[in-house]
Design a protein around this ligand. Structure first.
Ligand code: SAM
Length: 207
């Protein structure tokens, strides 16, 4: 279980990643308004970065109370309460009606989902026709990735991260396991692709 301090420390370390991804996502899909869902939002950083450069209304979803508390703090700090909301729930059971969101993003969370095909189907359910799903994990650019890995490898404050990483090879290995993602999409019966970009692996689906 992560504490608020852990979550805040990680989001500071990754702080260059979110604006990079937000630009990438908006350039690629073009959404500047509408409804966006950020799943497994952690400190809310990707959703906040998207809200800052668009007029999107962003819902940050996470199943962890500490993450939700940090996200609320960050949304208030950024003055984005009028264009963001948070929801504590599980990705496998999203309490929104069908066809609610134009854009659904998630970074660094898919590796923890118990039932990836089930989660993809649930995400697809709440996606509007014509909407886009971009879910996976990545560190942005090669330079950003190198800086982050260097800090994690050497900074004593990230000893826990190093240890967790070593103790959770099943989570870590999913990041390199294309078949895991390809098979998950196939199991849903939906059309989608696995793409390698932004120093990571992503599922991309259009409804
Ligand atoms: C490594 S963190 C990534 C946080 C954030 N997206 C980021 O890029 O900094 C993974 C997040 O996914 C959340 N998470 C894991 N499993 C989940 C699930 N089944 N439903 C919703 N959130 C989940 C965790 O609570 C955690 O906040």
């Amino acid at each position: 279980m992560n504490t608020q301090t852990d979550i805040e420390r990680m989001s500071r370390l990754f702080s260059e990643v979110y604006p990079y991804l937000a630009l990438y996502i908006t350039d690629k899909y073009g959404y500047k308004e509408g409804y966006c869902l950020d799943i497994g939002a952690g400190a809310g950083s990707l959703g906040i970065a998207l809200a800052k450069i668009t007029n999107l209304y962003v819902v940050s979803l996470d199943n962890d109370s500490a993450a939700i508390d940090v996200t609320i703090k960050n949304i208030l700090f950024e003055g984005l309460a009028h264009r963001m909301m948070v929801i504590k729930t599980d990705v496998h059971d999203i309490p929104f009606p069908d066809n609610s969101f134009d854009l659904i993003v998630s970074r660094g969370s898919v590796f923890f989902w118990d039932d990836l095909p089930g989660a993809i189907k649930e995400i697809y359910r709440v996606l509007k026709p014509g909407g886009k799903i971009f879910c996976g994990g990545g560190l942005g650019s090669r330079e950003i990735s190198r800086r982050i890995q260097q800090v994690i490898a050497t900074d004593p404050r990230y000893k826990n991260v190093r240890n967790n990483w070593r103790e959770a090879p099943n989570i870590r290995d999913k990041g390199q396991n294309t078949a895991y993602f390809v098979n998950a999409i196939a199991a849903t019966g939906l059309k989608g692709s696995v793409i390698f970009d932004c120093e990571g692996i992503w599922i991309e689906i259009t409804k």
